[in-house]
Design a binder for this molecule. Sequence first.
Ligand code: SF4
Length: 311
Amino acid sequence: MKYKHLFGPVPSRRLGISLGVDLVPHKVCSLNCIYCEVGRTTNLTIERKEYIPLNDILTELKDYLNNKPELDYITFSGAGEPLLHNGIGKIITFIKENYPQYTLALLTNSTLLYDENVRKEILGIDLLLPSLDAVSKKVFKKLNRPNSKLDNEKIIEGLIKFSKDFSGKIWLEVFIIPGLNDTKEELELLKNAIKKIAPDQVQLNTLDRPGTESWIEPVSKNRMEEIAELLKPLPVEIIAKFQSRNKIRSYHKDVEQQIIETIKRRPCTDKDLSEMLGIHINEINKYLSELLHEGSVTSQQQERGTFFCAK
Ligand code: SF4
């Protein structure tokens, strides 16, 4: 069966062997973050609906999971915000009832957690990986470019409420953008808000490949360490750079080869590669990050987006 909504398993920094489940089309999101690795949001919405027929997703999951694959996580993630799909609660229940041996993770931008129904729907997951990059309205707007109906105060309240009711783990990610959310003022605001959310881990991240906007610079290792110090005694960790691909069980040399062969012929965006090779954009991005790190691929910002070329 050719899967349209499942991808990977991808080599994930945080989750080991993770099967991705994408619940919304590219690119439906409630935010349009300046650092987004999967391109600009084309449908900036907070409307929850069945973006992809629920049955299509369940059929793919059944087909895949009936083979009893070895997975560390099944992860709701993808090229947009998974909580925008109004069937997520049913999908969680379906997996937990039929395949209880698997651990469920959800990557979310947190924006819909202000809604009590959304919070209830996802109580059955094992691990929540929410993002929170800013507390002040000003930085939230500049960095995350939200749908106009979103209110960051309510989002943070939603995170606090969820954390109180949830029995699983929460690893909260903060994506640091120099000059925006690394000021002393914003970091203090973040620290106070995160204390109330009380996640099990706070994971600091920064750009490791071109984001939507080309002017964004990654944060240096030293600066990340200073920020981590500032946020202590919160349980902070800097998300380590990608481990060597040879150590990742789900890294496929043939996928890497296909990407290199394609961009040798002509430079491509991640979306072009995804369409040409029939591989999910998130999976393509994982490989591109690794290839950029080792220097066998370079990137160039052009009007249509970031283009990747083989060296
Ligand atoms: S980084 Fe996540 S939340 Fe932000 S625009 Fe991209 S998909 Fe949406």
